[in-house]
Design a protein around this ligand. Structure first.
Ligand SMILES: Nc1ncnc2c1ncn2[C@@H]1O[C@H](COP(=O)(O)OP(=O)(O)OP(=O)(O)O)[C@@H](O)[C@H]1O
Length: 198
């Protein structure tokens, strides 16, 4: 269970998020809706641990996360701008986060994700040689293989077209959208692509 209790955030003395409270249960898939600039990315970054909470609390299974650094939270995100490493090829990007990481995907599972995301033909390409949709799938693979306890998605499917978009949604739902999902959760921000998630 993830709980946000009266969470607020200011940038330059301007309130971006004001007194947000929400509870997200195990296996629940939640979409954040709001106009551009309303603080959706900021909220995801606060859950991830990248951005500090000014007021209020974020709790995961009743543990206050305020003193838990990002690396120890066990959550992961697909960033809106992918944040891939341009000096590494697609495969190196995908497995980058696996070094010394307990509970992450096995080599066989990594290859299942690569196949499912149709990335096999692109593994040796540098990031600059990939299309927008290919980059987005690499970013998804890189995050999914770490098997995060909470999967945060910041407009993760916006560069993808119909068939693959649908199959990725179904796959994410099958991993994360169940009460027995091994205490995994997903929080997505909606953009154009998660509105049919539920
Ligand atoms: N590090 C920062 N420093 C100052 N202001 C920031 C910072 N990060 C975000 N903001 C501001 O906070 C507000 C919310 O930004 P955020 O990116 O969370 O919105 P969003 O809802 O995700 O927007 P979009 O849908 O356009 O991606 C914006 O006005 C933005 O300029």
């Amino acid at each position: 269970m993830l709980k946000l209790q009266h969470v607020s955030k200011h940038f330059d003395n301007k309130a971006v998020l004001d007194d947000i409270s929400v509870e997200i249960g195990t296996g629940e898939i939640v979409s954040l809706l709001g106009p551009s600039g309303s603080g959706k990315t900021t909220l995801l970054n606060m859950i991830l641990g990248l951005t500090k909470v000014d007021q209020g609390k974020i709790l995961f299974h009743d543990q206050d996360l305020s003193r838990v650094p990002m690396k120890k939270r066990g959550f992961n995100i697909v960033f809106q701008d992918y944040a891939l490493f341009p000096n590494l090829n697609a495969y190196e990007n995908i497995v980058y986060g696996l070094r010394n990481k307990k509970g992450a995907a096995s080599p066989q599972e990594v290859h299942e994700y690569i196949d499912f995301l149709e990335l096999q033909p692109h593994l040796k390409k540098r990031i600059g040689e990939l299309s927008g949709g290919q980059k987005q799938r690499v970013a998804l693979a890189r995050t999914l293989v770490t098997k995060p306890k909470i999967l945060l998605l910041d407009e993760p499917l916006s560069a993808l077209d119909g068939v693959i978009k649908e199959s990725i949604k179904q796959r994410i739902k099958s991993i994360y959208g169940r009460a027995d999902a091994g205490q995994r959760h997903v929080c997505g921000r909606i953009g154009h692509d998660l509105r049919h998630f539920r």
